[in-house]
Design a protein around this ligand. Sequence first.
Ligand SMILES: [Zn+2]
Length: 342
Amino acid sequence: MKILLPTSTAGSLPKPSWLAQPETLWSPWKLQDQELIDGKQDALRLSLQEQIETGIDIVGDGEQSRQHFVTTFIEHLEGVDFAKRETVRIRDRYDASVPTVVGAVSRPKPVFVEDAKFLRTQTKQPIKWALPGPMTMIDTLYDAHYKSREKLAWEFAKILNQEAKELEAAGVDIIQFDEPAFNVFFDEVNDWGIATLEKAVEGLKCETAVHICYGYGIKANTEWKKTLGSEWRQYEEIFPKLQKSAIDIISLECHNSRVPMELLELVRGKKIMVGAIDVATNTIETPEEVANTLRKALKFVDADKLCPCTNCGMAPLSRQVARGKLKALTAGAEIVRRELSI
Ligand SMILES: [Zn+2]
């Protein structure tokens, strides 16, 4: 049976306190070796259970298997030296000490495939798995080898394609690429960003998604948002080309953001994961607020192409707040489902 308005999350959910410090972004692991492997699996089970109990239709691992949405993937690659650090500006916004690309990059073995297989054994519901996108990957590294953002992005796209094909074979229904950098480097997105993303999905039969947001609710992001003016039209720059791309689903930030909803018209025909939950506040949305955001989106997205979702990941929130927000999301979706079936 096909569900109308299937709900999902952008990806991350809070980690249990015995695995990593709660309400902290990119918090280091508290366990090691086999205990860490077992702990991540236990956390995945809990996170999955939380999604099922709150009524989420397309479920994921809650990103319990990674510390950082980009770095954890890169840690598994060859050609990147994590001991050699340089300070670079991330997404033109904040400085961070990052690892250095010192040689040809490659993926000696699968990164998340065993985790995805484990998730597959735990549920029959559709599952979504998130990977970083090529442009966001290059933006969190210092490149001393290729000395070209574009060249490095193409190399990462090939690696992501290898991983994605194995995730598909493991039974993943939707592979999502996180590309917050798409909201910043418009010229590069149009020149080669979308093309490298298409390389990453080449030959896949499962559905593919790209998540483009305004970031977690951290200070650097909220400060940046203040500079964006009364209307956030960043999406407008990249939507025309995305609309023509091979990507099936676009995951966007729509609630409490100043993104004019009519921009969604530019990607009509694609499935849209409409962010109806603000992840930058502890205030839990009411189901009616969620329903309102979905109703606005429905003017520009066909009902059979709309997936209610969170704006971004919820890793930095408390478990109670995250659970409340997931419940609000499914209750809000249910209100609109009933309206649509009248
Ligand atoms: Zn996001």
